[in-house]
Design a protein around this ligand. Structure first.
Ligand SMILES: *Cc1c(COP(=O)(O)O)cnc(C)c1O
Length: 229
C-alpha cells in the first residue's frame, strides 16, 4: 500500500474498522484509532494529522520527545505504548496523556507521584501477557485483579483498562481467541472499577478479530504509514 497517500491509507483503515464493527453489530464510534508512529518521521505524523488523526502512539521515549518538540504546534494526544524503565517515568508522566504498557507496580507508583499537578490524571492501561509468552511484557492474567486494586490508591493515574499484544498469528480464530480471553478479564474487572472503560487491542494484521472481541482502541502502524525500516 506504500504508493497510497496518507489520506488514502487512513480511509482504507477507517473502512476496515467500520466494516468490522458492522459485522458484529457494534457502533464504530466506540472504536478509536491510535496511529502507531514509532520509527516514522514528524512529517509523516503531520500528514496523517492533517488527514484527521489526532492520537499517536510511540514506543521509545527519546524518539517520541524529538517528535513532540517538532510537532508542538499540533494538539496531538500522545500515548506511550512501549516498555518503560524507571528512569523514564518522569518524562512519560509529563509528556503523555495515556500509557498502554503498565505492567509493574513500581512504575505505576512513580508515574502517579511524578504526574504534574496541573495536568489531569495520567490515563493508564494494564498490559496483559494474554498468551503467557516468555518474550512478552505484561501482567499474567491471574494477577490482573490484584494489580488493578493497587492502582486505585494512586491519585496521579487513572486506571482506564487493559491492553495486550497476543502471540503473532495469521489465523483469525487464533487471534479472536486471545482477544476474547482479554475481553473476559476486562468484563469481570468492570464491576469493581468504574473508570475501566477501554480495551486496547488489535494491530494492522488483526484489527478485525480484536473489534469482534470488543476492542475500543486499535493500534495501527504499518497499514497507516507503510512498512517500518
Ligand atoms: C508497533 C506496534 C503496533 C503497531 O503494529 P502494526 O502491525 O505496525 O500495525 C501496535 N502496538 C504496539 C504495542 C506496537 O509496538
Amino acid at each position: 500500500m506504500s504508493e497510497l497517500k496518507p489520506a488514502d491509507k487512513l480511509a482504507a483503515v477507517a473502512d476496515r474498522i467500520r466494516l468490522a464493527a458492522e459485522n458484529c453489530q457494534r457502533d464504530s464510534c466506540e472504536i478509536s484509532l491510535l496511529a502507531v508512529s514509532k520509527t516514522q518521521g514528524s512529517d509523516a505524523i503531520r500528514k496523517l494529522f492533517s488527514a484527521g488523526v489526532t492520537r499517536f502512539g510511540e514506543n521509545y521515549l527519546q524518539e517520541a520527545q524529538d517528535k513532540q518538540a517538532r510537532l508542538g504546534d499540533l494538539p496531538i494526544e500522545w500515548h506511550f505504548i512501549g516498555p518503560m524503565q524507571s528512569n523514564k517515568t518522569r518524562a512519560v508522566a509529563r509528556n503523555f496523556s495515556w500509557v498502554h504498557s503498565l505492567d509493574r507496580l513500581k512504575i505505576a507508583r512513580r508515574l502517579s507521584a511524578q504526574r504534574p499537578d496541573d495536568l489531569p490524571a495520567l490515563n493508564c492501561l494494564l498490559q496483559v501477557n494474554i498468551d503467557d509468552e516468555n518474550s512478552k511484557s505484561g501482567v499474567k492474567p491471574e494477577d490482573v485483579p490484584g494489580f488493578a486494586a493497587e492502582l486505585t490508591n494512586l491519585a496521579g493515574i487513572s486506571f482506564r483498562g487493559l491492553m495486550t499484544i497476543p502471540a503473532a498469528s495469521r489465523d483469525y480464530a487464533t487471534q479472536y481467541d486471545s482477544y476474547r480471553r482479554l475481553a473476559e478479564i476486562y468484563a469481570s474487572l468492570r464491576t469493581d472499577h468504574a473508570s475501566c472503560d477501554n480495551l486496547s487491542m488489535g494491530m494492522s494484521g488483526d484489527l478485525e478479530a480484536a473489534i469482534a472481541a470488543g476492542a475500543t482502541i486499535v493500534r495501527v502502524g504499518t497499514d497507516l504509514f507503510g512498512a517500518r525500516n
